[in-house]
Every structure is written in structure tokens, then in C-alpha cells.
Design a protein around this ligand. Structure first.
Ligand code: MN3
Length: 221
């Protein structure tokens, strides 16, 4: 199969108590895994083996293939999301260029996180809150369902928060604000956010579509 479920960059227990091992077992092990499996099945159906994940997403967008767009977009979004988090003990404050951009855009880190929480909590139904780099400045926005920065030209992702109910229901039931507070206050991987200022965030969650010889032969008929 062309796409695989990336391992979490930490143990399942590592984000507790803000995000439990049970949440990671379901969110990564079941939900994220299901997006991998569905994307692979749809890609195989369409003979697209060999295309990268980003290429699959853009082709699905251009072709109006909603099922493939949503599943492949969710696969990419989750690949990115897990890298945005880090165990609380490893959490560091932003510094350098990131700290300067936060100051220019929002005044303080707390003000930026409050704005990100507002976007996350205010987003209607399923989707993702995003911190992006937009023409040299930080900007906060959100995207619906499986929509993804990969599908928006020039959108450079720095950080995301998953606000689908499956992200918080085990630990916080329906309390999305409490989930946002816990993650934004304790689990932000500032090193990863800062690294994405190089404009290569999209690549960090992409996957090569490595087709097997049998799949290539099948695609070529
Ligand atoms: Mn999710």
C-alpha cells in the first residue's frame, strides 16, 4: 500500500494528563489509521499509485473528488498535528524569529494563544484551527472538515489544533474550550513551529507514494 501510518513521535502516555493514552490509542490508532486505509483504497481504485500524498490531495481537489480529498486531507492533517505536540516537560517558550513574529502580530504569546483558542472554539462543527505564515506575518485561521493547507496555494502551516470531536471526547466530553486550553497551554511543540518558518511545513507531513512493482504494473495495465 502506498501510504502508511507514521509512528507517534512520543509514547502514548507522554501527553497525559492533557491528552490521555486512551485518546492517542483511538485518535492515532483508529481514526488516523482509518484515513490511511481509506486513502489507500481510493488511490488504488483510481490507479494513482506512485503520486505523493500532496499530489493526491491536489488532484482530488481539482477533480472534485470529495471522498478522496477529505480522507487524504485528513491523513496529511494528522501527520502534521502529531508533530505539533510535545510532552509538557519538553515544552519550550518560543524564541528568536518566532518570538519576534508573535510580538509583532499579537503582542504576547498569551494573546496569540488566546486568539488561537478563540478560533478553535468558535469553529462550527468539525475542522482544524491553524497558525500560518502569510506574506511574512503570522495569521490565525481555520479550515472545515478535511480541508488542508496543502490545497491552498501559498498557505504555509506552522501549527494546528484538531477540533473534531474525536480529538477531545474521551478526555473532555463535549468541552472543546477545556481541551483547547490544555493543549495550547501545555503541549505546543515550539521547536516544530519555529522550524516551519522555513516554509517547508507542507513537506514535513507529506508522504511519498511508493508503489510496489505489482501496483505499478497494475496501474500501467
Ligand atoms: Mn483527528
Amino acid at each position: 500500500m502506498p501510504f502508511t501510518l507514521p509512528d507517534l513521535p512520543y509514547d502514548r502516555q507522554a501527553l497525559a494528563p492533557h491528552m490521555s493514552a486512551e485518546t492517542l490509542e483511538f485518535h492515532h490508532g483508529k481514526h488516523h489509521k482509518a484515513y490511511v486505509d481509506k486513502t489507500n483504497a481510493l488511490v488504488a481504485d483510481k490507479g494513482q499509485s506512485g503520486a505523493s500524498l500532496a499530489e493526491v490531495i491536489r488532484a482530488a481537489r481539482d477533480g472534485g473528488d470529495k471522498a478522496l480529498f477529505n480522507n487524504a486531507g485528513q491523513l496529511w492533517n494528522h501527520n502534521f498535528f502529531w508533530q505539533c505536540l510535545a510532552p509538557a516537560a519538553e515544552g519550550r517558550a518560543p524564541d528568536g524569529r518566532l518570538a519576534r513574529l508573535i510580538e509583532e502580530g499579537f503582542g504576547t504569546r498569551e494573546a496569540m494563544l488566546a486568539r488561537l483558542k478563540e478560533e478553535a472554539v468558535g469553529h462550527f462543527a468539525s475542522g482544524w484551527a491553524w497558525l500560518v505564515l502569510d506574506r511574512g506575518s503570522l495569521r490565525i485561521t481555520s479550515l472545515h472538515d478535511g480541508d488542508t493547507p496543502v490545497a491552498h496555494e501559498g498557505m504555509q502551516p506552522l501549527f494546528t489544533l484538531d477540533v473534531w470531536e474525536h480529538a477531545y471526547y474521551i478526555d473532555y466530553r463535549n468541552a472543546r474550550p477545556a481541551f483547547a486550553d490544555a493543549v495550547l497551554g501545555n503541549l505546543v511543540n515550539w521547536d516544530f513551529v519555529a522550524r516551519n518558518l522555513d516554509g517547508r511545513g507542507l513537506e514535513r507531513a507529506d508522504e511519498a507514494g511508493e508503489a510496489t512493482p505489482a501496483e505499478v504494473a497494475e496501474a500501467l495495465g
